[in-house]
Design a protein around this ligand. Sequence first.
Ligand code: AMP
Length: 586
Amino acid sequence: MKILVINCGSSSIKYQLIDQGSGMTIVKDSVERVAELEGGHAQALRSILGGLAAHEISAVGHRVVHGGEKFSDSVLIDSSVLAAIEACVPLAPLHNPANLAGIRAAREMLPGLAQVAVFDTAFHARMPRRARAYAIDRELAEKGSIRRYGFHGTSHAMVAQRAADFLQQPLKELRLISCHLGNGASACAIEYGHSVDTSMGMTPLEGLVMGTRSGDLDPGVVLKLCRELGVDATDELLNRKSGLAGLSGLGNDLRDIESAAAQGHEGARAAINLFAHRAKKYIGAYAAVMGGIDAVIFTGGIGQNSVSMRQRILQHLDFLGLRVDDDLNRDARVSEELPVVDISTRTARVRALVVATNEELQIARETERIVAKSVRPSEPSPIPIAISARHCHLDRATMDQLFGVGSELEVYKEISQPGQFASKQKVNLIGPRDRIDEVRVLGPLRNKSQFEISRTDEYKLGVDAPIRGSGQVEGSAPITVEGPKGTVHMVEGLICARRHIHMHPDDAKNFAVKDGDEVEVGIKGGPRDLTFGDVLVRVSDKYVLEMHIDTDEANAAELSRGAAGDLVYVAPAGDVQAALRAPIGK
Ligand code: AMP
């Protein structure tokens, strides 16, 4: 599939025609100073597309800087998508209008061709609230959409995947810090494949020191500058005359600054030191946010090319497990043929990787993915299946009784649903017949304690636990629970969990189901194919797509880790008997 990738910026238009299958670039060019040309972006696009007339183009992928709160994924462009991108203009007044001009011109010139918007913000759209919010008046923030969005998402997502491929580990098992250091710069904490924090905020001005942008500042500085210089001059100063350029007085190219620093230029030295210090601070912060890291990634023009900047940033980070091999660092050269180079010593606990980014190729891949999805709307995607071993959730009072007053759950490891974790704490379940020791407590604490076991466990304990949805513990079975600080006789709380699927609203839309629906999920292609009925659909924007079954159910279908199932039939919510046996998507 040949995909035209258009990056229509405020002053330039960059474009590439990419053969997505091979990853090869067929044409690559740019037009500069577009705003000064007669006819602006539209005219420039017309002549670009005219020049490409001899080439077959299957689809167009547009880079769009700001997707606001609306877009958490790339999307096929139609008039409602255009309106939604337009609505994000106040959040990116320089970028989104240019992106829109590019989209409009391409739609006009190439009618009938699928066009996809790929957002810089989408990868960060599901950051936890604590990483998203600013500590200002909540109502005001909500009204003005004032929150942290993050940018460079296309690059962070791509280099994270390249790092995982290189390390031969699934992305969903890695904690990575991606440092995209170029003219624009941002760091991103990527926990098990998801962005959980990033240094750019509501605009690309927050965070690291950049070519001409200041990055983090005391907001008091902004107030003072606004009072003294006015708003527009402050905007110009912080966006275009700060960062490496402002500090060094030599422009924004680190190569020039490094040469000047070598000759003793004070401003150049200050610029380099501040740049490295800020990046190092973010690495420390994100290691703390994720409770440890597996690798740090360097990408972007500076991250990929400046040996001394990488060295400065990584210096004295041994305590995190990062150790640089100076020779490997000096010789690291990444390219599309060799996109990842490990510059750590052999014994380092945490890898330091130089990774080539290729935002255009990533946009082309995204475009193909979205186009493929749109032409096969009725083909449901597989649902990952997680097998839950017996576990429990505790409320505050039970926690106090079992582990001591005021005790807190300690994170053992994150689990797939955002914000939830397996804790280090375990309890013992004592039934009338026998006991089961070492049952894992999942966090965070809940309003009501709940103990989830399988049918096999029931027989061992000698209890009769009803099948219940999570949280529906009223009138469930009693159980005695033993912890290190005490024993509790629960009058209710023991259940056999009802199999269910966690879905994000986007998934629910894809599958054409809603919260509370009951569906069937088929397991095909394994040694013991099986269709599970009575599967409850649970939809929340806090969920990621995953079906949860217990160990008995998994054994029945001989499933192991990494299994997936297909949604087969849907019954409308509350009317299971009158099941509408219609295939999905029809
Ligand atoms: P990007 O925005 O990712 O294209 O990065 C561009 C920036 O990378 C340039 O402005 C330079 O500051 C920096 N850069 C590129 N090559 C080198 C190099 N060999 N050494 C130091 N900095 C470099």
